[in-house]
Structures are given as structure tokens and as C-alpha cells.
Ligand binder design. Structure first.
Ligand SMILES: Nc1ncnc2c1ncn2[C@@H]1O[C@H](COP(=O)(O)OP(=O)(O)OP(=O)(O)O)[C@@H](O)[C@H]1O
Ligand SMILES: [Mg+2]
Length: 338
């Protein structure tokens, strides 16, 4: 038996726009195993949200075109009918977002939103569902859940709302949870609590999680494997240990260098990757990162690099990663010797 939950193969998502077809996700492949937390990182505009919305096909019909495959438990989600897809959405894959108010229904109490979903998916009586809703609110760490169940989303604080949204997302007992920057808008204490909650849920419910974030610190806390996206493509995939001990892609290296260090020299400016992510209408011809890469040569500027497998768990899309790694190892040796 395979422990694979989701397998994305060569996925392309393109939008019809006034200026023509633009491709926001370009040939993305990766998978998620049962009970695994996979992090997806990259700067703003790299296609993280479009990729995750494609898994659930959350786009208006006729505005978007897909290629490739998203296999979930043996079905390609891209070829399911809308009716079948609705069932997957509410039943097996849930999504949580940065802004809970856009997901929660303002006119129903949080308890009702959870219990209605339970009735729909677990075929239990209303009374049992109401009890289960209270248990779920407790599971996500909401104090006095009986009382909170009767409240409306706008009566809850930001952290509580986020927890309530997670409870709603869990009501159908999903096998896969997609979390798109669910903690970005929260203060650090609440963020830490929500991350703990995700970890517990992952262990208790054996749920696969795709966790999208800008924050590599969060990835280090939570994920066992990481996908790095740049301008619609996966430029590196690695286990957590590999990502931090030996990042191969210059983009990943730049992201890691940009993490603020607690014990770092605060008088020095923080490292940033020079330049910005280009718009989809001006995608470079060769390697998409070449315009911002200090190691880019003629080949990088003219031809898109293949994906190389450096280890069974680490892949990189860069022409020069071996030379870059060798140079860095020499530099590190010199540093140690002096
Ligand atoms: N409906 C749409 N039509 C056209 N282009 C779109 C559409 N939705 C997203 N895009 C473009 O797709 C690209 C990827 O956007 P996406 O929202 O996935 O980025 P992201 O990595 O999630 O960024 P952030 O970290 O800011 O959330 C961007 O260039 C964006 O402008
Ligand atoms: Mg996004």
C-alpha cells in the first residue's frame, strides 16, 4: 500500500487576461504523503496561492486553464466533474486562509457553521453534531467552547477566529489540509499557539498538511519537507535538514540569509535578495531567477535548467549548483583556516 496522499505532476495554471494568457504556475511537481507536513515558501507573487487554489479548483469557470495532473487518492482532481469536486472540497481536502472573516459566515454562530458541516459529512443527528462542534472548538484550544459556540465570528478576537476557522476546516475530517499563510496576520504569541495546534492536529488526526508561508522560521518549526517556489516554478525541494544545512539553489540560499537572527549583529542591515519578482508578463527566457542571480551566466540567461536530483530527497533546478556549492565549500574552509 502506498502512503502517498497527493501527487502533483507537471502542473500548469494559466489565466486569461486582457494582455493574453499568463502562466502563474509553470510545471510544478511534488507530492505529500499521509500525515506529512510539507512547507511551500517563496516571495510574494511566486504562485504559492495559485498553486494551492488549483488543488481545490477555486477559480471562476472560464477564467483559467490547467495542464498536468493532481492525483489525490487515485483521482486526477483536474478531470473531476464540478459535483465530484464539491465532494472532495468539503469532505477530504480543506483549506484555511490568512483572513478568517472571508471564510466564516458572518450571519451564523461558529457552533452552527461547524455542526452543519458535521451533519453534512458524518451523517449524524443535529444534536450529536452540536456536541461534536463543541468538542472541535475545544480541540483547537478555544476556552469555554459551549459559550463560544453560540457567538458570531465578529465577536471573537483574531486568534480565536483563526482557531474557529481551523475548527470549521476540520469539521469534515479532511485527509489533507491546505493552510495558506494562516498565521501571517497574527501576533507572535498567537502564531506560536496556532503552529502548536497544527502540529498536534497533524499527529492526532494523521492529517497531511501543505503549509504555505513567507516565513522560513515557521517552516523550521513545523515542516519535514519544503518546496521552494520562484515565479511559478519549484526551484528546490528538500528535507528540512537539507534545506538549512545545504541549500543548493541561490534563491533558497538568499531566502535563508534573509532570516533575521536573534543573536545577529543588529547594526548590520538584513540581507535581502536584490531585485523583485518580475510580473508574469515579463518572465525571463532562460532560468527565471537569472535576472537576480549573482552566479548567472550565458547558459542561465538563454536556457531553462533541468531539475537535478542531488539526493533521494533533494532536487534543484539550477545549471550551476555544483560549482556554486564547491565555491562555497572552499570559502567556508578559508573562513575556518583564517
Ligand atoms: N486571477 C488571476 N488572474 C491573473 N493573474 C493572477 C490571478 N491570480 C493571481 N495572479 C498572478 O499570479 C501570480 C502568483 O500569485 P499568487 O497569489 O499565487 O502569489 P503568492 O506566492 O501566493 O504571493 P503572496 O505571498 O503575496 O501571497 C502573481 O503574479 C499574480 O499577480
Ligand atoms: Mg498567496
Amino acid at each position: 500500500m502506498t502512503d502517498l496522499l497527493l501527487e502533483i505532476n507537471d502542473l500548469k495554471t494559466s489565466f486569461y487576461t486582457e494582455t493574453g494568457l499568463v502562466t502563474a504556475v509553470n510545471g510544478v511537481s511534488f507530492n505529500v504523503k499521509k500525515g506529512e507536513i510539507v512547507g511551500v515558501v517563496g516571495e510574494s507573487g511566486c504562485g504559492k496561492s495559485v498553486m494551492s487554489q488549483t488543488i481545490l479548483r477555486l477559480f471562476e469557470e472560464g477564467t483559467v486553464e490547467f495542464e498536468g495532473e493532481i492525483n489525490f487518492k487515485g483521482n486526477n482532481l483536474l478531470t473531476l466533474s464540478n459535483k465530484q469536486m464539491n465532494k472532495v472540497r468539503g469532505d477530504q481536502i480543506s483549506m484555511i486562509f490568512q483572513d478568517p472573516l472571508s471564510t466564516l459566515n458572518p450571519v451564523h454562530s461558529v457552533g452552527r457553521q461547524i455542526s452543519e458541516s458535521i451533519v453534512l459529512h458524518q451523517k449524524v443527528s443535529k444534536k450529536v453534531a452540536e456536541q461534536k462542534a463543541i468538542e472541535l472548538l475545544q480541540l483547537v484550544g478555544i476556552p469555554s467552547p459551549e459559550k463560544r459556540a453560540k457567538e458570531y465570528p465578529h465577536n471573537l478576537s483574531g486568534g480565536m477566529r483563526q482557531r474557529a476557522m481551523i475548527a470549521v476546516a476540520l469539521a469534515c475530517r479532511p485527509e489533507l489540509l491546505i493552510a495558506d499563510e494562516p498565521t501571517t496576520a497574527l501576533d507572535v504569541t498567537i502564531q506560536a499557539q496556532i503552529l502548536d495546534l497544527m502540529k498536534n492536529l497533524n499527529t492526532e488526526l494523521d492529517m497531511g498538511i501543505i503549509f504555505i508561508t513567507h516565513d522560513l522560521g515557521v517552516v523550521a518549526e513545523l515542516c519535514s519537507r519544503v518546496i521552494v517556489m520562484y515565479l511559478g516554478e519549484v526551484v528546490e525541494e528538500a528535507s528540512l535538514e537539507e534545506l538549512f544545512s545545504r541549500p543548493l539553489h541561490p534563491y533558497t540560499q538568499g531566502l535563508i540569509k534573509s532570516i533575521p537572527q536573534l543573536d545577529g549583529d543588529r547594526t548590520k542591515p538584513l540581507h535581502t535578495i536584490e531585485g523583485t519578482v518580475p510580473p508574469l508578463t515579463r518572465v525571463p527566457i532562460g532560468c527565471r531567477f537569472a535576472t537576480r542571480c549573482q552566479f548567472a551566466d550565458e547558459q542561465c540567461r538563454t536556457s531553462s535548467p533541468p531539475v537535478s536530483e542531488y539526493s533521494p530527497t533533494q532536487k534543484v533546478k539550477c545549471w550551476n549548483f555544483e560549482q556554486i556549492l564547491a565555491k562555497q565549500e572552499v570559502a567556508a574552509d578559508v573562513h575556518v583556516c583564517t
